[in-house]
Design a protein around this ligand. Sequence first.
Ligand code: GLA
Length: 409
Amino acid sequence: MFTFYLIILYILFGVASSLDNGLAITPPMGWISWLKFGCNTDCEAYPDNCISDKLFRKMADIMSSEGYLDAGYQYLIIDDCWMAEYRDNKDQLQPDPKRFPNGMKDLADYIHSKGLKFGIYEAIGNYTCSGYPGITLENLEKDAKTFAEWDIDYIKVDGCYANKKNYKKTYTDFGKFLNNTGKPIVYSCSYPYYLEKAEQRVDYSYITNICNLWRNWNDIEDSYSSMINIINWYSMHQERILSYSGFGSWNDPDMLIIGNDDLSVKQSQTQMAFWAMLSAPLIMSADLRTIHPEFKEILLNEDAIAINQDMLGYSGFLMKSILGVDIWVKPLAVIVNDFPTFAVLFYNKNFIGNVFTVSLLDVGAYIIHSYTAYDVFEKSNNQLVLPNENFTFSFTSEMMLYKFIPNGD
Ligand code: GLA
């Protein structure tokens, strides 16, 4: 039964090819400055919270020493506002000299010395989205070389001020120039988002060949409703979009907002679960110096991370809704007792009551087999589901994430 659903999904909607740079084989994991630190460039008033060399060295220290790197979070990414207001007299990009007094290569060396990889932000066009010097067409090649010289491992390329008609060619050209440098650089492209916003056709099949990941929809904000709106957008467009996730190429629903002000613990689990199901890049953006342990625990949940990083590389999909409960299923590579493991997310949109029952068929399982349903966040809540029997559980929050592990005979 399960295989049947898979075949339907991946034959009907196509199987993704991917950018052949050997990078981002599983969804990239890391940390980025934007949601928490935005474009705070005032280091006099906010010496500990401005976009500066000091901030990134501190985050590098924490990522490498406090379990994040061990859990898989590898990329430390500077978002917008690292640049000086102007290019230098040779028309080269340069970091703000006060905030990055040692230059970018020195910061890269430090980040690498911690076992991490270094990511940066730029935008095609005259300006970045926050108004700093962008990558104009005549500078594409030169800037790609600069990033390679700085030993950058990942670049997020935005496009607020780029000409929509030229997106395809410009992003393709820049990707080629990055490749020509010989330095492996993960390429994150924002342009599908701008086309989706303008209701223009997006050629995802093409994008998988030029980008490792791409933003599809709205900027996430520190709010539950913003996060849920993004999820709803993916479920509405899943047939058009989700099958393009695969080795080396990923849909990007934007950052993890976990550990900031708005989400409760349960809501944070919901984000982690959906991002795991969607095979989304797991890019945190909280202040790791002060994050509360219960949020850190969610970010480091090894079962959720394993679902996200699963080697099949499929995105989960919304299989059906029953009585106001959305059932998302993601096939996993792990075979146990000759049967595939899979993850199931139950999202309670408006189910009344809390005890919910589904058949094995409803979650796409082989009904002739027996499974253990493993609760990814509660961990202790293992349940045996016998062949042809129903699976019943209580909603202890709006979302429940289970791994269905086949049992031996
Ligand atoms: C856009 C992007 C954000 C962030 C800002 C920086 O809005 O969507 O993620 O990079 O630009 O200016």
